[in-house]
Design a protein around this ligand. Structure first.
Ligand SMILES: [Zn+2]
Length: 221
């Protein structure tokens, strides 16, 4: 037996993988147990104009199509998944979630994640939506532009601010990479609550000629 296998067995024995919801011991490559998986709050939406996210964004800016994989509610599974992705560096979760999405994106010109500010990226070491976004691009054989959008403003904490202030603070929070060609892109966000971040990013694209934006999120409140 190789040393690596022995070490891994030891790690499994003393630090087994646990369901991120109920903490039950699960198989290594998973993040939820079967029971908790069956309670995932799927939206069953399509990427179109016929869902809550589209209507939420449409009231704030011009957007083509929208989609969210999950409904987001306080303490539901989707919230726990996003928390795990954000703070525990679990690229496997992003990849698994992207593989759950059975929507043809081959007609779009590329996928762009909502970026973190460079300062936050350095602090955390990764952008939690990157693996999700990149997997979607790979699956659909369309380009992935990790730096299609650049965050220029560092907001230390927006949590306690009201919606109006958030939207004002987010003005000019993003720049579009000047190398990006015009086209119809899909912006990827982890969770949409007020929509302020997304709207600020979309408005940047809308201010240019011949850019169209559709939106996909992991969860939507
Ligand atoms: Zn569970």
């Amino acid at each position: 037996m190789e040393i690596k296998i022995i070490v891994n067995s030891f790690v499994d024995l003393f630090f087994p993988m646990r369901c991120i919801d109920c903490q039950e011991v699960i198989q290594k490559s998973q993040f939820l147990c079967t029971d908790c998986s069956s309670k995932l709050p799927f939206t069953y939406w399509k990427l179109n104009k016929d869902n809550e996210l589209y209507h939420k964004l449409k009231n704030l800016t011009q957007v083509q199509n929208a989609y969210s994989l999950f409904h987001f509610k306080h303490k539901n599974n989707a919230q726990k998944i996003l928390h795990e992705m954000k703070y525990k560096n679990r690229p496997d979760i992003g990849i698994d979630l992207a593989n759950l999405i059975d929507i043809d994106l081959s007609n779009y010109d590329g996928i762009i994640p909502i970026p973190l500010h460079e300062k936050r990226l350095k602090k955390r070491g990764y952008n939690q939506v990157a693996y999700f976004a990149e997997t979607l691009a790979k699956k659909n054989k369309i380009p992935y532009y990790s730096d299609g959008l650049i965050r220029t403003k560092y907001n230390s904490s927006q949590v306690r601010e009201n919606k109006k202030n958030r939207i004002r603070n987010l003005n000019n929070a993003f720049e579009i990479n000047p190398k990006l060609l015009a086209g119809h892109y899909i912006l990827i966000d982890d969770v949409v609550t007020t929509g302020a971040t997304l709207v600020s990013a979309i408005e940047k694209f809308n201010s240019l000629d011949n850019f169209k934006i559709s939106v996909m999120s992991i969860a939507c409140a």
